[in-house]
Design a protein around this ligand. Structure first.
Ligand code: SIN
Length: 280
């Protein structure tokens, strides 16, 4: 192993900071396995003081799978695997401002995301994460059995597309907004994590609009309850960014929310995502 890792939980529900590793170096298999295990154990892991250019950032993410190409972010680079998430002073909307897991409207959503802080405000711009295993496990037996085998529709219509008018409200642009057409897919309401075998709630406010075979109006009350369940404070942790910090989260068992409070400050992040499989 390159160096022994120090893993320090940041909250009871999820999240741990990892010390003792330089992500810009070629990591040996033992170190990669230890990082993967920490991700499985803590659902989101954090590293401070890293120095990652886009190529080293991609090289790190690639140790955990093939890179995911985002369907609608324009990014600001020629490389479609690299998305710059930029906030400028005065932006009214920000990427990820509602609780969500990443891109669940596609058939095979990314398993994880690696977000790197290029430029951070002196305060504000934190990111919240929430543990969806706990959200599921703390439901009653009766509620769990009602959700058994149920699927829900995920759409990108609330987070992209011309109706949202996002390109006018924020610095991070959506690709060819005028040629957008909706993408939607059904996924299980409760998914099984392919590596841990644990069950996690898999609906979120940003993309889930109905249960299969039910109308949006019929689905809304129960979905509202589940959205609140998925974002309860005791299931969450909060990450305060510093320059060079990295957050690596597991979309199969977490949700996250980017707090829209950077006000007059600039915030620049770079995100690389890793392919995942079809939720089951
Ligand atoms: C995201 O939802 O991926 C963005 C998170 C952030 O900018 O903190």
């Amino acid at each position: 192993m390159n160096s022994p890792l120090t893993i320090k939980p940041v909250a009871t529900a999820l999240g741990a900071e990892i010390e003792g590793v330089d992500l810009s170096r070629d990591l040996d298999d033992g170190t990669v396995a230890a990082i993967r295990q920490a991700l499985l154990d803590h659902c989101v892991i954090f590293f401070r003081g890293q120095s990652l250019d886009p190529e080293r950032h991609k090289a790190f993410a690639r140790r955990f799978g093939e890179l995911f190409l985002h369907p609608y972010f324009a990014g600001s680079r020629a490389d479609p695997a690299v998305i710059d998430i930029v906030r400028e002073p005065g932006d009214r909307r920000v990427v990820g401002e509602y609780w969500h897991s990443d891109t669940p409207h596609v058939p095979e959503p990314p398993m994880g995301s690696v977000l790197y802080a290029v430029e951070v405000p002196p305060y504000g711009g934190d990111t919240l994460f929430s543990n969806q295993y706990l959200a599921y496990e703390s439901l009653s037996a009766g509620f769990k059995s009602m959700l058994e085998g149920r699927r829900a529709l995920h759409t990108d219509r609330l987070v992209s597309g011309p109706a949202q008018q996002l390109n006018a409200a924020r610095a991070t642009k959506i690709r060819i907004e005028e040629k957008w057409s909706e993408t939607a897919n059904h996924h299980p309401v409760v998914r099984t994590h392919p590596e841990t075998g644990r069950k996690a709630l898999y609906v979120n406010r940003a993309t889930t609009v109905s249960f299969e075979h039910m109308t949006e109006e019929e689905s809304a009350p129960l979905l509202k309850y589940l959205f609140e369940q998925g974002s309860r404070p005791e299931f969450s942790c909060r990450f305060r960014w510093t320059p060079g910090a990295v957050a690596f989260w597991d979309n199969r068992c977490t949700q996250h929310l980017a707090i829209n409070d950077t006000g007059s400050f600039r915030r620049v992040m770079r995100r690389i995502q890793i392919n995942g499989d079809r939720p089951f």
